[in-house]
Design a protein around this ligand. Structure first.
Ligand code: ZN
Length: 174
């Protein structure tokens, strides 16, 4: 269904651009916004603007951060000899919840996916190679054990060969 109110249609279109959001859900979200008071609308748009301006990628691990470095990279108690490579920031949160890992992370922000036109150069892989130094002894590949996760892990493992690090494979089943 299309609306002849341009502003409403625009709102529906914006929500529908989100991955996994279908037309029906986009309509529901648009009507939710329409039902907000002026004050609630301001709080909503402020949240979007604030998240956009304040949150960026950590200079070291590419995880989300409000400062130059994320809290994990900044924490002196973390084991800097191990780097766990994950697909996205939600994986970091999931592993952190287990309280069983005390090393550092590296967030790729996606997986290599020729079907979706995502190549290695679009992921944070060069940032991973750039941080390998004498301190890093082990890189744990913790991408999901599906086709894209495996392909990405193998691709990165190959790039890591020239470096003096142990590469291990771990599926957290997130
Ligand atoms: Zn970081």
């Amino acid at each position: 269904m299309r609306y002849n109110l341009a502003a409403l249609q625009n709102l529906v279109d914006q929500f529908e651009r989100m991955q996994g959001i279908g037309h029906k859900t986009a309509q529901r979200m648009a009507f939710y916004v329409l039902g907000l008071s002026d004050e609630e609308t301001r709080a909503f748009t402020d949240a979007i603007t604030e998240a956009h301006t304040k949150i960026h990628q950590c200079k070291i691990c590419c995880n989300l951060a409000e400062e130059e470095l994320c809290p994990i990279c900044k924490n002196p108690a973390r084991d800097k000899s191990v780097v766990c490579v994950v697909e996205d920031p939600r994986d970091v949160a999931a592993i952190e919840r287990t309280h069983e890992y005390n090393g550092l992370y590296h967030v790729l922000h996606g997986l290599i996916s020729p079907m979706d036109g995502i190549g290695a150069e679009q992921l944070c892989i060069k940032e991973l190679l750039a941080r390998l130094n004498d301190t890093v002894k082990e890189v744990i590949m913790a991408t999901n054990p599906d086709t894209e996760g495996e392909a990405t892990a193998m691709y990165i493992a190959r790039l890591l060969k020239p470096f003096d690090v142990r590469v291990t494979r771990l599926a957290y089943g997130i």
